[in-house]
Write a protein that binds this ligand. Structure first.
Ligand SMILES: [Zn+2]
Length: 214
């Protein structure tokens, strides 16, 4: 018997057509245990050897174990040497997923502009904008009034009594119009937002930017 063509092709392929001992190209498929000793035509008994190594080691029974080990090692190396590292690839894929390209950003921008311009978010009417400005002015005025009140009550500042009476009444009116919690106290950030919103709305209605004359 002899190795089948299919098995020989398989062995050559696993060895990348190279001798498992000297790595020379061009191999014969060698019976590790010779056919004369009942060596089988199996993959386990087949070693890829070049003609020279075949000649040198092939007939030496002492070298059988060595050939087998060399073959296993060479198969292992062949299986890995052109293979990609899947873990590394996963890592790269993971990183690529996190990367936002400029095209992604442009697509996002288009989407956002389309959303803003959609009917669903039609521009506010001038009435709505004016109302919002009134609300912001109330809140900002009220906060300033409280600061002034502290100074007046501590005697640091004097305000003409009739003006002060009017101011206190106006403050009561504000307190009636807004639920508790909507009139501060504000953090620096919230205070900045109030003034920023007011500035933006006034800009929409024609004021210059940073027109903070309240
Ligand atoms: Zn060789």
């Amino acid at each position: 018997m002899a190795f089948s063509d299919a098995l020989k092709a398989k062995v050559r392929k696993r060895a990348h057509l190279a001798c498992c001992l000297c790595k020379a190209m061009g191999v014969e498929v060698h019976h590790i245990v010779p056919q004369g000793e009942n060596g089988q035509d199996t993959e386990d008994n087949a070693a890829p050897l070049c003609p020279s190594c075949h000649e040198t080691y092939g007939a030496n029974p002492q070298k059988r174990k060595f050939i087998r080990e060399a073959r296993e090692l060479w198969y292992e190396i062949c299986a890995k040497r052109f293979a990609t590292d899947p873990e590394r690839l996963d890592e790269i894929k993971r990183l690529l997923k996190k990367t936002v390209s400029y095209d992604d950003f442009l697509a996002f921008k288009e989407e956002l502009l389309a959303h803003i311009q959609s009917e669903f978010t039609a521009p506010r009417t001038e009435e709505e904008i004016s109302h919002e400005i009134d609300v912001l002015l109330d809140k900002i005025w009220y906060n300033r009034h409280l600061c002034l009140r502290e100074r007046v009550e501590a005697g640091h500042t004097k305000v003409a009594p009739d003006i002060w009476k009017g101011a206190l009444e106006a403050a009561k009116g504000v307190e009636k119009r807004y639920p508790k919690g909507e009139l501060g106290p504000w953090t620096d950030f919230e205070w900045g937002m109030l003034n920023g919103k007011l500035s933006a709305l006034r800009w929409v209605l024609g004021d210059d930017w940073d027109m903070l004359d309240t």
